[in-house]
Design a protein around this ligand. Structure first.
Ligand code: UDX
Length: 482
């Protein structure tokens, strides 16, 4: 077989569902632009994907597109339906083992006997900063990809200043309730005026060594060592923040929303059949169920891939949905609820009979694009947020952790397309906000704005739009520059 002569890019993701899909979309777009792609997972995630998603094995061997995995030292996921991600364990294992295994992979790919072109450039999720040691050693460019919004990235970056100003870690547990989290933060460049509690769950700690806080802060700061940074956003959505980042970081390119860019890859391209990769088995029956529902009548409820609910919270959401009278599609991952799994009584099933569909994983982008969907009750993960924007769907927000608090703040107060549920969720509030979203004046206004944002997203992501132009600039000025 003739060897490819294309320029070879290695895309390194981190082992979490949202990050994998986002990087996969970028990889498909780069493949469409004529590159040879090696898409790399850590071994643990690779095994989980192989278990639940045939596409990974079926599509390995596409022309000029390959999957690879690197050792993270973890034993394979249990052979049951729960991925039960332990983020801390996965992050620690990657930090410890992946610098060496990534270097070995690149060295192997660069060996003339490998049958693939030498690696020209690495594209790393910015939370896979372990790639930097290999790219520095081998003298190849390393372009970071921020799978979080610019607002999320900015918060993570300025954790350092919060620490230096003595605001984080919190002095004691009392600071969680005594108004400390209402402190105004108005000094982050490009950022709206926000309160501490809008920033991130990761600062709600009394421990300076908190792993997740340091993980995301170090990822954001490592961007200074990257050759360039791609943000999965578009300029109209976050322009003050993009300007601020551009003035302090290596060259910044807003190339998004990536879920929409990948949508414009023509059908005759070999990766067009490659949808997302799933850690859980997709239930496609919900699409037929949606086909029977009236336009804009269904609330879609999904808390993403990492969030966990206590059984009390799940019960409050359940009763809120039941009492609202709305028709809903609720995705309950096998590991969503911690604690007592038998959460919803028979009465709940009776009350929601004929107007509910409950499943454990669905094709989310297709669901959000379905005409029957009128609103999204979401945890505000960045992918869910952009996918909702791209479908013009307004949101009810219940952020769980990480970047989701600041995404929620921007969704509700800056973009005007969401309403927040209090952290201490009650069935009454869930019921009230659902009714407001589906029938109320505020819901109509949010829908109007959501459609406006959808149109702006399409302007950026359609062929010839701002995001494609930025991609071409990145290719010319960074990736293929002699
Ligand atoms: C976390 C962070 O909060 C997020 O901001 C970061 O960028 C990725 O990691 P996560 O819980 O994975 O988020 O949520 P999200 O970013 O929304 O990604 C979930 C992805 O899984 C989306 O692309 C969504 O379409 C997909 N999904 C989710 C499905 O395909 N089916 C489902 O049933 C649920």
């Amino acid at each position: 077989m003739a060897h490819s002569t294309k320029t070879h890019l290695v895309c390194m993701t981190v082992p979490f569902q949202g990050h994998i899909n986002s990087m996969l979309n970028l990889a498909k777009v780069l493949h469409f632009k004529g590159f040879f792609i090696t898409f790399v997972n850590t071994e643990y995630a690779h095994q989980q994907l192989l278990k639940h998603d045939g596409s990974l094995s079926a599509l390995d061997g596409l022309p000029d597109f390959r999957f690879a995995s690197i050792s993270d030292g973890l034993s394979p996921p249990d052979d049951n339906d729960e991925y039960a991600e332990d983020m801390r364990k996965i992050i620690l294992a990657a930090q410890m083992n992946c610098p060496a295994s990534f270097l070995s992979l690149i060295s192997a790919l660069n060996d003339p006997s490998s049958g693939v072109p030498p690696v020209r450039c690495v594209i790393s999720d910015c939370f896979a900063r372990f790639t930097l040691s290999a790219t520095t050693k081998l003298g190849i460019p390393n372009v970071f990809y921020s799978t979080v919004a610019v607002c999320g990235f900015t918060v993570f970056y300025y954790f350092k200043d919060l620490i230096e100003r003595g605001l984080v870690p919190l002095k004691s547990e009392d600071d969680l309730t005594n108004g400390c989290l209402d402190t105004i933060i108005d000094w982050m460049p490009g950022m709206e005026t926000v309160r501490m509690k809008d920033l991130s769950s990761f600062i709600r700690t009394t421990d300076r060594d908190e792993l997740l806080l340091n993980f995301v802060m170090d990822g954001a700061h490592a961007s200074h060592q990257a050759t360039a940074i791609i943000f999965n956003t578009f300029s109209e959505l976050e322009s003050p923040l993009l300007r601020a980042c551009s003035s302090m970081l290596p060259p910044v390119f807003d190339i998004g929303p990536m879920c929409l860019l990948s949508h414009y890859i023509p059908n005759d391209s070999s990766t067009s059949s490659l949808g997302g990769l799933n850690m859980w088995r997709e239930d496609l029956r919900c699409m037929e169920w949606l086909d029977e529902k009236e336009s804009g009548s269904v609330l879609y409820v999904n808390f993403g891939s990492l969030a966990n609910l206590t059984s009390k919270q799940a019960v409050e959401f359940g009763w809120g949905l039941a009492k609202s009278g709305c028709t809903f599609l609720w995705v309950i991952r096998p590991d969503l609820v911690v604690g007592d799994a038998a959460l919803l009584p028979q009465e709940f099933s009776e009350m929601t009979k004929g107007r509910s569909f409950i499943t454990s994983w669905c094709p989310q982008q297709r669901v959000l694009a379905h005409a029957a969907i009128g609103g999204f009750l979401t945890h505000c993960g960045w992918n869910s947020t952009t996918e909702s924007i791209c479908s013009g769907v307004p949101m009810i927000c219940w952020p769980f952790f990480g970047d989701q608090q600041i995404n929620c703040r921007y969704i509700c107060s800056v973009w005007g397309i969401g309403m927040k549920i209090d952290e201490d969720v009650t069935r009454e509030e869930v019921e009230r906000l659902i009714k407001e979203l589906i029938e109320g004046q505020k819901g109509k206004e949010m829908k109007r704005k959501a459609v406006e944002w959808k149109e702006k997203a399409i302007e950026a992501a359609k062929p010839g739009g701002g995001s494609w132009r930025n991609l071409e600039k990145l290719i010319e000025e960074i990736i293929t520059k002699e």
